[in-house]
Write a protein that binds this ligand. Sequence first.
Ligand code: S3P
Length: 437
Amino acid sequence: MIVKPGKALQGAVTLPGDKSISHRAILFAALAAGESVIDNVLVSGVTEAMLRALTALGVAWRLEGTRLTVQGHGRSGLQAPAAPIDCGNSATTIRLLVGALAGAGVTAVLDGSPGLRRRPMLRVVEPLQQMGVALTAVAGRAPLTLGASPYPLQALTYTLPVASAQVKSCLLLAALAAAGPTTLVEPGPSRDHTERMLRKMGARVEEGSGEERWVRLYPPAAELRPLQMTVPGDMSSAAFLMVAALITPGSLVTLRGVGLNPTRTGLLDALRRMGADITITHETEMAGEPVGDVALRAGELRGTEISGDLVVRMIDEFPAFAVAAALAEGQTVVRDALELRHKESDRITVLCQELRAIGADVTETADGFVIVGKPALPGGTINPHQDHRLAMALAVAGLCSVKGVVVQEAEIITESFPTFVPKLRELGAEIEQQFDR
Ligand code: S3P
């Protein structure tokens, strides 16, 4: 993909459905009793992995455009798959699925791409084992093998070592089949889509955010109710267009129907701290999730400091954020972001390395990075290391570069945002793309 420095971005676009909410809707619909209809579902590499898993489990589904219909037969309606389930590159698929299948009493092997096999799995394996789940990993990684566990599972009281919605969701799904309520204590405000969706489906989920942040699930006596919902636009995909609008001089862009769940809006807070001109209108609720239109006007940004809970609330947005910081006036410091080393790539080392390749002034630290901004980046060729978010963030940097940015192996963006290039072109960006999908 070649992104040229170009004219101002103008106009309004909608975003594809949120990746996290789509994953959950697909899987939870398979656990429900009855027909679920999910509109604006994200159709991309990672959600296709979840849909493949449904097929392997004997659950019928139909996709017409972005409308997904799933025939759920309750948790007891899932069949043991005949072969290992291929979760592709999707950590959300493997971590949520292992919890759901543990709770459904399904024996299975869950595996994925070489990239997925490098991701840490002990964070789900150990607490599931504490619940009595017969589960093994290979040196703490995939493939994961689920054997026959004694039922019901043991109720769990557990403090998560890291703020992770995947771990929390995995354990809540297993807890559907526990002998009593399960309580999870979390070190930070990870996304709460699972809690919201399970409540809509009839489960009792309580939470507290006083001195300690906790969530408690009571195993439901009845089956989960099917879903009738529309997935909000993906804040994490919007992030690239937001930064594109802010850094391309003269731009004025509106993103319509973006999910504004407060556990996901850290980037908006960070950009506002940097002086960004952002206006939110048409706020409403969709499927128990806040949504709204986000309008952004290009302008001067200044460096800032990011640490603590804000890191959790923008955990997927650091590649996009770093591009804004590389073009801001002054210094930006990111701390407490060690989790970035466990994403699709080591998003500290690789992000710093590839930002330097296009001329940014970046220094890696143990748990983050320091960036000194410049008025424009020289540009160059980058390797996204099989990380969709790095590919899109660095592509966007091309819009405010001297000679443009060439993204190698750019097809990786189809994992989460297959319409990235058409959406940017709709706003007026000049992009050449040499891959089909
Ligand atoms: C996700 C949770 C986050 C996030 C990922 C999606 C989810 O991962 O980075 O893209 O849908 O629950 P962690 O739970 O590992 O923080």
